[in-house]
Design a protein around this ligand. Sequence first.
Ligand code: GLA
Ligand code: ZN
Length: 649
Amino acid sequence: MYVGVDYYPEHWPEEMLEQDLDGIKELGANMIRMGEFAWHLMEPREGEFDFSFFDKVIQEAKKRQLSVMFGTPTATFPAWLAKLDPSILSKDEYGHPRAFGGRRQYCFNSDIYHRYASRITKELVKHYANEPAIVAWQIDNEFGHEGSDLCFCEQCHTKFQLYLEEKYGTVNELNERWGTIFWGQTYNDFAEIPLPTPTVTTHNPSLKLDYARFRSASLNRFAHDMTKIARDHHAAHQQVTTNVSGGFFDKWFDHAENVRPMDFVSYDNYPVWGGLTEPVSPAEIAMTHDFNRGLKNQNYWIVEELMGAQGHNVIGYLPRPDQAKMWSYQAFAHGCSNMLYFRWRGMTKGAEQFCFGIVDQDNRYGRKYQEVQAVFQDITSHESVVNAPITSDIAVVYDYDNIWSWKSQIQSSGFDFTNELLRLYTPFYKQNASIDVIPVNRAFDSYKILLVPALQMIDDELAARFKAFAEGGGTILFSFRAGLKDKDNNIYLSRTLPGAIAELAGIHIYETEALAASQSVPVVDAAGQNEICEGSVWRDLISPQTAQVMYRYNDSFYQDKAAMTKNKVGKGSVYYLGTGLGEDRLVPIAEEMLVHHQIWHKKTADGVEIARRSVNDETYVFLLNHTAEPQHIDHQTLAPFESKVVKWR
Ligand code: GLA
Ligand code: ZN
């Protein structure tokens, strides 16, 4: 197990190096991660490579038995390169080049950039190929983060048109599938096709979806090319990864495809960042871990674990004593196997003066230092628990094409895909059931419960997979807008909603309504006895066919329309949630499903999380208190923000 810190030796006077490495060693660390932003230091002028600084750092690290994860520095190219050939700079939707000065302002489709990035990656990895201390290479840094997944430059335009020609073959095929007859947009040639840059009203939805797919292909091709270079030159003891940033459902690239050639996934865990006055919910943090574990269905690393408040120009919430430590244990509880904290010392110069680290500018080894030291000391004694595989009977499935379809036409101002995924995830999380978060094209027949949030794109093949799952005894919970669209981002013609799953769900939907962010509609149980809650974001006005009504709407005109239904299918059940019901309503339904399938779960006080692991017939649990108050769970008492691993009866 590796535990350590992100260390930027180039940020500090050289005379601080040994003192810093001693302090890192004293922390209990056995790894440092470095280099991901140091291209200029390694290639100060075009073609002149100099690794002497990092040679020295690595020698000092080895004296302290510190291993190294080294980052390839293509996220921050040198100014001399931008000056040499500004065409490497990506462009925003108005065609303005992004200025040199931030990071990741390069275009994934720039052949020039690809050439220089390939060379520095190759020279660096070759130089350290046989360095025993370097055990892992991180490719670039947080691909696509901070808006760097989009580019509207000329290179991208030309390659987008080529991408379309390759996909459709003929422009007539594209015209047909895009429906360009609408608004007279028929193309005579692929060269006439625009990027989805600002226009009057809005672009063709098929164009917008294909552009999203093109972004994903562009970014992932660059990532895979750089990965291949590393693979071609590193030694067998070195592995390859890249670090996934938060907000992954808001990005324009398929993350599972991005990490496919990597040996393992790395994730940057920031439960609170920038001007947030509170951390995101414990459920959302847990989901991000389950998502990263699901990318390769294996345990993952965290290479940036928050310890101090973070932000660029605006900062906010200060993690309370032991709270960041608890977030670390939550990560281990969800499949993190190695952890590096961001960062040893906060940088006193440059854009991240307010991205605080373990040590602050006063160089004191204070509360944060002790917290990290405590984590390392304790968690390394539970290595077998940490490395035990996580098995789940529940899977949430997602599809980036579907997410990008929603992003291309949001339909309801209250819609956010992450929120809709959490709507189905949280009721099970709150009962401490283990949940996988996986791409919909991944096999899911081994699960017992399938949660399918807002999946508009369901074709006949996928519907058949869902049907087989339910007939085999599985439980499926679909939420609204299911089955509306085909893979070209168009509405199916001559199909009654919910399209290919209408028979499976045992319902028809003839009318629907978008609910704005501020809107909600009254919902009652089937007997109409209890005005129980409200539906938000959207509503499908469900006409049950074979399904039984669980809840119905209670406003004028629609009291005969169901809001939620359950259909018996073979040995299984298919639930359809036609509107955004709240957690209070969905928790009991989730519990019914858990009990039916005899899935281990445990109700705990709000903010108390328990996660189980089996090691050699012994059961251990991670106990996490996400609250500022003492909490109790069975015979255990948890202090505010306390987290621990204990053997469970
Ligand atoms: C991201 C980046 C880091 C740093 C931190 C600051 O995770 O990977 O380089 O910018 O955010 O919080
Ligand atoms: Zn571009």
